[in-house]
Design a protein around this ligand. Structure first.
Ligand SMILES: [Zn+2]
Length: 266
């Protein structure tokens, strides 16, 4: 993992920022770009930040991204950069409910509708990001880290797109940063969930909740409770699945919330 480009965001927070660069699938790339440019990655607008006199594009790199050379489109120019492969560990999960591994046709219809709502919410790019200090939403041991290659009842499924933090049912979940609630739902796999949009394509996602205390459209401040930890959706026990999304890509939350690295089990 490369941790070279750490920067402070002057004029926005006044405090030091440490979003770590990791040019791997599930990581992020920090790429200097001309001031006032509009970088795009894979046809999606990308967050830009100013560090002293330099403007930096913060590019989320999806877990599904192939290692090798990629291109950041910056207005009429292309900036190539290299993504290195990363081998994430494997996890085998056994579920009693076979429908959670091989959903029936009605389930699949529901899942498709939910996936489309989720995709739309995660694709939005609006507002401006006003603060880069993201906080831990729940304190507890990591029950499953980001990126694990998953097998449910020995069948391969998508890799883990967030960090699971174990906590008892009813534990309050705090908004990791300020923003507006853009999605509230009760989904087949993700359970009761909330997505908060922090601006410029940066979102956090909270899955498997018990109570949800916010509604879509609500503006929420960092640290405000949004609901409680639960065990809804496809789970083996109560935990918060915490996701961080940049330009539509789920990235390792510990790159944005460094406290995650200090939690037991990571
Ligand atoms: Zn999870």
């Amino acid at each position: 993992m490369i941790r070279a480009l750490m920067f402070s965001l002057i004029g926005l927070t006044g405090t030091a920022l440490a979003w770590d660069e990791a040019r791997v699938p599930g990581g992020l790339a920090l790429i200097p770009v001309p001031e006032n440019s509009r970088p795009m990655f894979m046809d999606r607008p990308v967050l830009t930040l100013k560090q002293d006199q330099t403007t930096v594009a913060v590019v989320g790199l999806a877990l599904s991204l192939k290692p090798g050379e990629h291109r950041l489109q910056v207005d009429n120019e292309v900036i190539p950069f290299t993504v290195t492969g990363k081998r994430y560990l494997e996890q085998r999960i056994y579920l009693d409910n076979p429908r959670q591994v091989n959903p029936n046709s009605l389930d699949l219809e529901r899942i498709r509708g939910e996936a489309s709502r989720q995709h739309d919410a995660l694709s939005e790019f609006q507002g401006s990001l006003d603060r880069l200090q993201f906080i831990l939403p729940v304190n507890g041991p990591i029950s499953s880290p980001f990126g694990k290659r998953r097998f449910f009842n020995d069948q391969p499924r998508r890799p883990h797109s967030g960090t699971d933090i174990a906590a008892p049912i009813g534990t309050p979940i705090l908004a990791s940063a300020s923003g507006s609630v853009i999605l509230v739902g009760d989904f087949f796999f993700n359970g009761r969930l909330v997505v908060i949009d922090h601006g410029e394509g940066v979102k956090t996602m909270y899955n498997h909740m018990d109570a949800i205390d916010v509604v879509e459209g609500q503006v929420i401040q960092q640290g405000e409770p949004i609901g409680t930890v639960g065990a809804t959706g496809r789970v083996t026990g109560p935990h918060l699945h915490f996701g961080v999304i940049l330009n539509g890509a789920s990235i390792d939350p510990s790159l944005v919330v460094p406290e995650i690295r200090d939690l037991p089990g990571n």
